[in-house]
Structures are given as structure tokens and as C-alpha cells.
Design a protein. Sequence first.
Length: 207
Amino acid sequence: MPAPDATIRPSARLAVLASGNGSNLQALIDAVASGSLPADVVAVVSDRADAFALTRAGRAGIPAVHVGRHAGETRPDYDARLADVVAGFGPDFVVLAGWMRVLTMSFLGWFPNRVVNLHPALPGELAGTNAIERAWHEALAGERTSTGVMIHLVPSESIDDGPVLASRPVPIHPDDTLESLAARVHRVEHELLVTTLTTLCRQEVPQ
Ligand code: GRF
């Protein structure tokens, strides 16, 4: 009789939280499909019912869940409800891929060292929303010639700050439009997110 293999897990489990378009989610879905990322995207959760990320998940056959904030609900109460939903999918890592809410410890406390955020700027730079646009304006004003991308852990409530897993500079060209710069940043994001998660997932589930 073969040995029971119920404990053998070939892939790490990723839950992806996304508020918008979901191009980074798509990069993960594609990398899983191609076999380069040893993981399964087990759920996509959004705070926005109309997030295209949910459509992308549905197309890929991944459970897509909208968890909206109720009127009058406190942030910690919302985050506890969100954590309950996400934990139900048993993720090894929770990936914030264009997730536009700051999470409190009511969520983060459930997933210590397991929440990974993507920020379209280098460590310590341009925290918060519209980071690409702000970098582009600074370049127009002659204040910078590059920006970047970073991926970091989220151990506590903070905005785009935490132990850095990977970062990469992105040049800003003199003739860049906001659109051309954003496209360059997004290409780097997609690549860096996949390679960083590949490393994390291999550590989690040695092949
Ligand atoms: C990305 O630039 C991410 O870094 C930022 O929001 C954007 C989301 O893009 N936090 P998408 O939804 O993955 O296309």
C-alpha cells in the first residue's frame, strides 16, 4: 500500500487582494499557468465589486470574492471580516496587488510575515497613491531621472513600508509621457512580483 501523501503539497497557496485593474494579478495567473511560479492562486478578494481583477479571476476559474465595507463599519471590524474570508482559503501568502486600503492589525495579525505588498516606487520613496504620477511630475521639474518598484512584507499598519524583499530602479526618459512611464513601471512590477513570489514559494514548498 502506498504511503499516505496527504501532507505533500506541490504548490504554495496565494490569496491575492486587488482593488482595480489586476494586471499584476494577471501576471501571477499567467506565471502559474506557464509553470514558472510554483503556486496556486486560491482566491482573489476585492473591496470593490467592479474591480476588473474579479473578472480576471473568474475567467481563470479562481474564486472571486467581493468584500465591501459596510456603512458605519470601523476599519478594524472590516479588516477582521476580511481576514476571516481570506483565512478561509488557507493561503501561505497574501499578496496585495493594487490593494488600495491600509490594513490594520485586525487583518495583519492573522498572517504574520505572510502579507506581501507591491509599490511602484523604490523603498522609502513616494509612499501612498499615485506614486508613478508623482515621480513623473518630479522628473518634469528636473528633480529626478528614475523611479522604481519594490516588493515588501507588511508586518504592521504602515503605508508602503516594511522589510524589502526586492526592488528595482526604473529609468524616466526625457520624452516620457505619464502613460509611457506607467507602462514601463508596470512591466517591471509584473516581472519582479513573479520572480519574488517564485523565490518565496520555493522556500515555502521546496520542489
Ligand atoms: C500597481 O502599480 C501597484 O503597484 C499599485 O497599484 C497598481 C495596480 O495595478 N499599488 P494593477 O491593478 O495590478 O493593474
